[in-house]
Design a protein around this ligand. Structure first.
Ligand SMILES: NC(=O)c1ccc[n+]([C@@H]2O[C@H](COP(=O)([O-])OP(=O)(O)OC[C@H]3O[C@@H](n4cnc5c(N)ncnc54)[C@H](O)[C@@H]3O)[C@@H](O)[C@H]2O)c1
Ligand SMILES: [Zn+2]
Length: 356
């Protein structure tokens, strides 16, 4: 088992990565939440991963999909916890992907004004990203993740054996985030950037180490944590504008892959990086078996208006871009450059018979 520490003073915890990491649950609960006498396990039907916290357990099954991240589900969970006699000294265990860890984490943050929780991350995206860093929350019709809290878990278990049952599109989604880490230029301390050729355990540990380093330096999302949003400004706009459109139905990490190529092309247009650096982005995205092309039928103006509304943008167009000093959050970007870059991507798209 590889152990990646997240250094946050008295809120520090370990990320345990490896095949069978879920079997460490009873140990991390005993060490991280010694007061616990009961555990509430929150999971989803399709996940089917059994865990043993070493305590009497009540299991709460939440629905699948983004709709499950709702205040109604938080209320249902907290009522269930109360009915089961869970106290503030006990522990919530989230077993699932990012939907479960975000929802159960926020329920734990709210229950008795803060109850300990442990994440058993079962999707690749949760293992490399969502389960780490203490951002928890739910959606409201006005926007995703608009209600939430910073509440750090007591441990994160990334069991790569659990990934054996993960659907192919969810793998692709997770790989989009791994590709992002590969391009961040942040030392993992575990032998270079994650590579698609490495065993999955190593890739997860490298990504977890990079996320841990960024979070430790910036728990509450200043400029450094913003780097983790590389490729995400366009990705969020694609997700928002493709909402309900089955043709452009991309998983989050698939949209991130497109956003990474877009960010490279925009940086090149702005004279921040050269063609070779753009090629490097393309090679990384392709190595992770992802498609960086713009999907057909997206409207550039609509995308720009979604990007200006992105919560990271603070009113103007902000992108994390590569440059001579590595990645930086750049504010006040000219929308003409953004539109021109999207037009370039349209020209390069295979559905436009262009070269890529
Ligand atoms: N808190 C953060 O810092 C953070 C960061 C990134 C993403 N997120 C959130 O994470 C969510 C996305 O997470 P996700 O991509 O893991 O999606 P998800 O949680 O919806 O999981 C994807 C699907 O895979 C299933 N699944 C998960 N593990 C499985 C397994 N081992 N075997 C079979 N099926 C399995 C789930 O039931 C679900 O149907 C979004 O809501 C996003 O906002 C949060
Ligand atoms: Zn992401």
């Amino acid at each position: 088992m590889d152990v990646v520490p997240v250094a946050l003073g008295e809120r520090s915890y370990d990320i345990v990565v490896g095949r069978g990491a879920r079997h460490e649950l009873a140990r991390v609960v005993a060490e991280g939440v010694p007061s616990a006498r009961r555990a509430a396990v929150v999971t989803q039907e399709g996940i089917g991963i059994e865990v043993d916290p070493g305590l009497p357990v009540d299991v709460f099954v939440v629905p699948d999909g983004e709709e499950a991240k709702s205040l109604a589900q938080v209320e249902a969970l907290c009522r269930g916890f109360a009915a089961a006699g869970l106290s503030r000294a006990d522990v919530v265990v989230a077993v699932g992907g990012g939907v479960v860890t975000d929802l159960a984490g926020f329920a734990a943050a709210s229950f008795h004004r803060g109850t300990a929780y442990v994440n058993v991350a079962t999707s690749l995206l949760a293992q490399v990203d969502a389960a780490i860093g203490g951002k928890t929350g739910v959606n409201i019709p006005e926007g995703k993740n608009l209600i939430g809290a910073f509440w750090q878990p007591r441990a994160v278990l990334c069991d790569t054996e659990a990934l054996e049952t993960l659907p192919a599109r969810e793998w692709a989604s997770g790989r989009g985030e791994v590709a992002k880490y590969a391009l961040l230029g942040i030392e993992s301390g575990r032998g270079g950037p994650p590579s698609a050729d490495d065993p999955i355990e190593m890739q997860v540990a490298q990504c977890a180490a990079i996320k841990a380093a960024v979070v430790a330096g910036d728990e509450r999302e200043g400029d450094r944590r913003m780097l983790l949003n590389y490729g995400h400004t366009l990705a969020h706009a694609i997700e928002a504008s493709a909402f309900g459109d089955a043709d452009a139905d991309l998983r989050h990490g698939e949209a991130v892959a497109i956003g990474l190529i877009f960010a490279a092309l925009l940086a090149e247009r702005m004279g921040r990086i050269d063609e070779a650096a753009v090629e490097h982005h393309r090679r990384v995205v392709e190595a992770f078996d992802l498609d960086g092309h713009l999907p057909r039928g997206l409207n550039a103006e609509k995308l720009v208006s979604f990007m200006a509304r992105d919560k990271k943008a603070q009113g103007d167009l902000t992108f994390v871009l590569d440059g001579p000093d590595g990645l930086e959050a750049i504010r006040g970007i000219d929308s003409a450059d953004v539109v021109a870059t999207l037009a370039d991507m349209e020209r390069m798209a295979p559905w436009n018979d262009g070269p890529f």
